[in-house]
Design a binder for this molecule. Structure first.
Ligand SMILES: [Fe+2]
Ligand SMILES: [Fe+2]
Length: 251
């Protein structure tokens, strides 16, 4: 069994409150009697792309498990890559990465669009994904695709307006590659599950805050997220091609 700790949207900003939320996650991981095999940071790792905030996050996770990360719209991809020391297999000719860890292939997509809240892969990104998933050397290696922007509507008009713009061709690419067992995403700040092209899409809960659906709002309050909710994470247990998810709220 391979265990993925899926941690998303910590939005670390130099404040003690955001750092404490991440520390709650790392204390939980350190308290497990069996360490997770990887920590996957699914974007919006920091709030404004500052290098020192990435270093703070990585210091908090140090010693828990190997860390894989991809950028969200609040991140600076180059500052993130520099803070990671390019250990996760960055190649200079693509913003996307493919990493094999413990017999699992992770395809980490950079869906950010400079200056935009929403995301897209574009023709180049879709082509890269198709080529990467088709790598004959990978054979049937169980493959996890990770993106910040969800390739599905989540049921909130704001989030759905800033999701992955090219979700239809993204689904078409996935449908050609049966090795993909799940798509792990962030951005929506909600623990949830959906599908794209028949592939599970698992939404990582927000560490910094949690989505408020329109019908959960108090009258007169149109906040998209609430920071009253405690931090949370998803644990994905992968055995062969079988993936089971447990969400943990760290109240
Ligand atoms: Fe976020
Ligand atoms: Fe985001």
């Amino acid at each position: 069994m391979f265990v993925i700790a899926h941690v998303s949207d910590p939005h670390v900003d130099g404040s003690a409150e955001r750092a404490e939320r991440v520390a709650r996650v790392t204390r939980y991981l350190r308290g497990l009697t069996r360490p997770v095999d990887v920590v996957l940071l699914c974007g919006d790792i920091v709030d404004s792309g500052r290098r020192e905030d990435y270093e703070e996050v990585l210091a908090l996770f140090a010693g828990t498990a190997p860390v894989l990360a991809l950028p969200g719209n609040h991140d600076d991809p180059s500052a993130l890559s520099a803070a990671l020391g390019d250990e996760a297999g960055t190649s200079s000719d693509s913003p996307h990465r493919c990493v094999v860890l413990g017999g699992v292939r992770f395809v980490l997509l950079d869906t950010t669009v400079p200056g935009e809240v929403g995301g897209a892969l574009g023709a180049e990104g879709l082509s890269w994904l198709d080529r990467t998933l088709a790598d004959p050397g990978a054979g049937a290696t169980p493959t996890v695709v990770a993106t910040h922007h969800p390739p599905v509507p989540v049921g909130h008009p704001f989030v759905d307006g800033v999701a992955l713009a090219d979700s239809a061709p993204f689904g078409e690419v996935l449908s050609r590659h049966p090795a993909v067992v799940a798509v792990l995403v962030g951005h929506a700040h909600t623990a949830g599950a959906s599908t794209v092209a028949g592939v599970p899409v698992l939404l990582g809960p927000g560490v910094a805050s949690t989505l408020v659906l329109p019908f959960e709002s108090r009258p007169g309050d149109d906040a998209v997220v609430t920071s009253e909710a405690p931090p949370a994470l998803a644990l994905h247990l992968l055995t062969g091609r079988h993936l089971t998810t447990h969400f943990r709220v760290l109240g």
